[in-house]
Design a protein around this ligand. Structure first.
Ligand code: GAR
Length: 216
């Protein structure tokens, strides 16, 4: 089976990258992380990629005169590695409209809230401050707007009375690590696609939300 060459873009720890690497450890998984790009030198996720024998590249955004110049270099890099799909996994850099349009329907992001609620930074702080009782994660197609775009799958977790940001983040991560490999797998097999701005599903057995293990 020809696996779909996928780039994973990171800025930090790379635990979602690890979840994708682990999923691809199964020969039947349809996508193969073939390139990891970080805009931050020394990001911990780079070591995970190297450990797994995946090509890595650091593209420090400060080295580029403009957002458009950074995006153009990134696009060229993705093309040079024959990349077909892109996963943003803790990639904390806004991409401009041009590269987003070039990768429309082929670029995913994961965000640690139930979008469209709680976009941006300090998400778990926002959730706790708002006093909501559930949170979770969202995997969505990337559009030009930050943390927006058609939703593919969400994972849901309870917000517990004595949660702090760290505990809540850990619980949300546990569903992130299930949702992202599932969404990428569906996209790689064509069971999920973007059509006229909407997500279309075909033979996706359980695209319903996942509820976390309350133990986490
Ligand atoms: C994850 O929680 C991811 O959802 C979040 O950054 C973390 C990266 O962790 N992404 C965003 O907030 C994007 N807006 P990881 O490096 O361990 O995968």
């Amino acid at each position: 089976m020809e696996r779909v060459r996928t780039a994973v873009l990171i800025s930090g720890r790379g635990s979602n990258l690890q979840a994708l690497i682990d999923a691809a450890g199964d020969a039947a998984y349809p996508a193969e992380p073939a390139l990891v790009v970080s805009n931050v030198a020394g990001a911990a996720g780079l070591a995970r990629a190297e450990q797994a024998g995946i090509a890595t590249c650091v593209l420090p955004h400060r080295d580029f005169p403009s957002r458009a110049a950074f995006d153009a270099a990134l696009h060229e890099l993705l093309e040079s590695y024959g990349i077909a799909l892109v996963c943003l996994a803790g990639f904390m850099r806004l991409l401009g409209p041009r590269i987003v349009a070039d990768w429309e329907g082929r670029m995913l992001n994961i965000h640690p809230s139930l979008l469209p609620a709680f976009k941006g930074l300090d998400v778990h702080r926002q959730v706790l401050d708002a006093g909501v009782r559930v949170s979770g994660c969202t995997v969505h197609f990337v559009t030009a707007d930050l943390d927006a775009g058609p939703v593919i799958v969400q994972g849901v977790v309870p917000v517990l009375p004595d949660d702090d940001e760290e505990r809540l983040a850990r619980r949300v991560l546990s569903v992130e690590h299930r949702c992202y490999p599932a969404a990428l797998g569906w996209l790689a097999t064509g069971r999920v696609r973007l059509q006229d701005g909407c997500v279309r599903y075909r033979d996706v057995p359980s695209r319903d939300i996942w509820i976390s293990n309350p133990e986490v």
